[in-house]
Design a protein around this ligand. Structure first.
Ligand SMILES: [Zn+2]
Length: 281
């Protein structure tokens, strides 16, 4: 299993249960992070002892990887882009500023090296419209559609093609509850999150992706919570125990949800195992 996620903490907060569950079942689980989260907000005290925000977040991610039981953690070495409109989007190394083909080439390299049967990434709106999430989703889809085809990439003599691709998707119910809670608490649902840059109300309208797979994470919740707490600079741990985020985390945290992109899912598909139908050779 190989998950392409854009930033440190995405792997723990959004799919940590799934990663931990399969690792415990003996699956070799790898994560590739697009960036080191260089432009993420961080309290100055938390950076102490590290040369940069990116270095601290990389260290947090290695700690989380150990807790989740990952077999390997790698980086595509792009720079974090920030939310839409941020000047960080224009940095020459920003992941969101790269041509899709260039990112896809790095994705292909990881796939050929690690040979996963199952690949996971963000959904086409990047969960909450983060430009890096969207850029990585496009690159992973392009990599699986074209870049593992020997006619497209002649240097790949025996290209490896994963059997399944899933997008991590935030359930609509969770979004609706988040909007409701924000309104009750007097928080503008158009300006949610630590940076006030997530438009929850728009996501309820936009994020209309079918959920094809539900992974029951109850048996690994403690592991996922521990891995999330490793990302303390991003609110992992404390943020998830308190307030509206804590409530949502406890109400919706038992199940992680995915849309299946490859093979294309028939209407009403309901899987509870991402390896269902996978042929091991
Ligand atoms: Zn992210």
């Amino acid at each position: 299993m190989l998950a392409f996620m854009a930033h440190p903490s995405d792997e723990a907060f959004s799919i940590g249960g799934t990663l931990a569950l399969y690792a415990r079942r003996g699956v070799k689980v790898y994560v590739v992070s697009g960036t080191r989260g260089e432009v993420g907000h961080m309290e100055p005290g938390l950076r102490k002892g590290y040369p940069s925000v990116g270095a601290k977040r990389e260290a947090e991610m290695y700690a989380a990887a150990k807790v989740l039981g990952l077999s390997g953690l790698y980086f595509l070495n792009y720079r974090d882009s920030g939310m839409p409109g941020s000047p960080d989007n224009l940095h020459p190394d920003a992941m969101a500023a790269q041509p899709v083909g260039a990112v896809a080439a790095r994705v292909v390299h990881c796939i050929q090296r690690l040979q996963p049967q199952v690949v996971i990434t963000h959904d086409p709106i990047g969960g909450y419209r983060h430009p890096d999430h969207i850029a990585l989703q496009r690159a992973v889809k392009a990599a699986l559609d074209f870049a593992t085809d020997p006619e497209q990439v002649p240097e790949l003599q025996r290209p490896f093609k994963p059997q399944k691709l899933y997008y991590q998707t935030i359930p609509k119910d969770l979004l609706r509850w988040a909007v409701r809670l924000a309104s009750i608490l007097g928080i503008d649902p158009h300006r949610f999150g630590r940076q006030h840059d997530i438009d929850l109300a728009a996501l309820v309208e936009l994020g209309n992706f079918p959920i094809h797979a539900r992974i029951d994470c109850r048996s690994v919740r403690a592991i996922r919570d521990h891995a999330s707490a490793c990302h303390a600079s991003q609110g992992g741990g404390s943020m998830m125990r308190r307030g509206p985020v804590g409530w949502l985390w406890s109400a919706f945290g038992n199940v992680e949800t995915f849309m299946r992109a490859i093979p294309v899912a028939e209407n009403g598909l309901r899987e509870n195992d991402l390896f269902e139908g996978v042929v091991l050779n």
